[in-house]
Design a protein around this ligand. Structure first.
Ligand code: HAM
Length: 419
């Protein structure tokens, strides 16, 4: 146990971390391009926020949260997602008095006590975006187009987009009655949780993963066929906006999403490469959440995109990720004087943004050269007493074996000129 990560978590080792850095840099680029600013919120919040924010009829709140009492006897939970914390921050920091829309993004770790499966972890990472204050479908289109351009910037192709509308409290009221009439005769066949959901939030039953519930939910009436006039118009606006940008989509009446806060637009980007659920990214509108958490009535929309699943998709599609910058020069040394000189030389090279390395273990020259090769150094030089005395050394290309004589105080220029 002592030397094992807890189930559902993993280390991101140096052979992988450069991929994460690359993705994070692409995220920052696309978000800046779209005018979204980064927000960082705490890893843990008061449990009540998620009960209210995510919804206490969801699987996440009922079964999956890491909840504990802190030493002051407060109930605290690790964030199972990013939206609730951002909504809390929007309210707490009075962002509703800033010019709207307020457009935010985040890169976070999140925690859910879930059954392990391909692409499903207990600690996972999300890139998310939340936009507050805009009511019409244009911002829905903007957010979806951001994801679409993000995928394009990475070189990903053919990630399917499914959209749906799950209505507002007005159409939901009539629809819930229809749903309850549909489920009432089968209540005994539904799982215990769904029985509980029946009175409180029957829409949740549609999202149940239990096989016995799934066979019943498959024939349930769809909310998309039961929208009020305003929600219908919003959905038409969304489709028109996506058509205008040439973004392809399918309408999937079965998307209800696993969190309680959604209203109107919901969407998912899916691929069969990323595990049983196949969702790389999911999001939607949540026009009632800010108010439900104690803030002013504020329309809002956002999404969460799983980085682990994104990496799986990139790997499946064979999308190349640029390798990290290699060591450009390794300074091998013979003797103590050369070692001291090399210390200064490496420092001067690094000052000029040239990744340089030297021996730190008093290795033999042969071992140093072997190590330089392992590091993938582009160039090496060997420094001994003579080289220092004459201010000259041989710069050797490790790629093609080419050797040239260079002045020691001019190595940086040689390297820069050869880039
Ligand atoms: P979500 O659908 O629960 O939505 O999660 C979003 C994405 O996070 C999923 O599509 C998936 O890629 C990733 N994800 C979720 N759970 C796991 C897991 N156990 N292991 C690995 N990846 C996972 C939300 O979290 C909402 N907050 C999204 C949102 C933001 N809606 C509006 N604003």
């Amino acid at each position: 146990m002592l030397t094992q990560t807890p189930k559902g978590t993993k280390d991101i080792l140096p052979i992988e971390s450069y991929k994460w850095q690359y993705i994070e840099s692409q995220i920052a680029k696309v978000c800046t391009n779209f005018g979204y600013k980064e927000i960082r919120t705490p890893v843990f919040e008061h449990t009540e926020l998620f009960q209210r924010g995510v919804g206490d009829t969801t699987d996440i709140v009922q079964k999956e949260m890491y909840t504990f009492l802190d030493k002051g006897n407060r109930s605290i939970s690790l964030r199972p997602e990013g939206t609730a914390g951002v909504v809390r921050s929007y309210i707490e920091n009075g962002m509703s008095s800033q010019p709207q829309p307020v457009k935010l993004y985040y890169n976070i770790s999140a925690y859910r006590y879930e059954k392990m499966a391909k692409g499903r972890y207990r600690e996972f990472h999300q890139f998310g975006v939340e936009a507050f204050g805009s009511k019409g479908p244009s911002i829905d289109v903007e957010i979806i187009s951001l994801i679409s351009l993000f995928f394009e910037s990475l070189g990903l192709k053919d990630v399917g987009l499914n959209i749906n509308s799950i209505g507002c409290p007005v159409c939901r009221k009539a629809y819930n009655e229809k749903l309850m009439n549909y489920f009432r005769p089968s209540l005994e066949k539904l799982c215990g949780l769904c029985n509980n959901r029946f009175e409180r939030n029957p829409l949740r039953i549609i999202d149940c993963k239990e096989e016995k519930c799934k066979s019943i939910t498959s024939g349930a009436p769809a909310i998309l066929d039961n929208l009020c006039g305003e929600c219908k118009e919003h959905f038409e606006g969304l489709k028109k906006g996506l058509d205008n940008l040439g973004i392809a989509y399918n309408i999937d009446k079965n998307i209800v999403r696993g969190l309680d806060y959604y209203t109107k637009t919901v969407f998912e980007f899916i691929s069969e490469n990323v595990g049983t659920q196949g969702t790389i990214c999911g999001g939607g509108r949540y026009d009632g959440l800010v108010e439900a958490c104690g803030g002013p009535s504020t329309p809002a929309i956002g999404f969460g995109l799983g980085i682990e699943r994104l990496l799986m998709e990139m790997e499946s599609q064979g999308v190349p990720i640029p390798l990290p910058q290699e060591v450009e020069i390794y300074i091998a040394t013979i003797g103590e004087i050369a070692d001291t000189y090399a210390g200064k030389l490496v420092y001067e090279l690094r000052k000029r943004q040239i990744p340089a390395e030297k021996d730190l273990l008093q290795k033999s020259l042969k071992a140093q050269m072997k190590y330089a090769d392992k590091l993938g150094a582009k160039y090496t030089i060997v420094l001994g007493d003579d080289e220092i005395k004459n201010n000259k050394a041989t710069l050797k290309s490790m790629k093609n074996g080419e050797q040239i004589e260079v002045a020691l105080d001019n190595i940086h220029e040689e390297i820069i000129n050869r880039r």
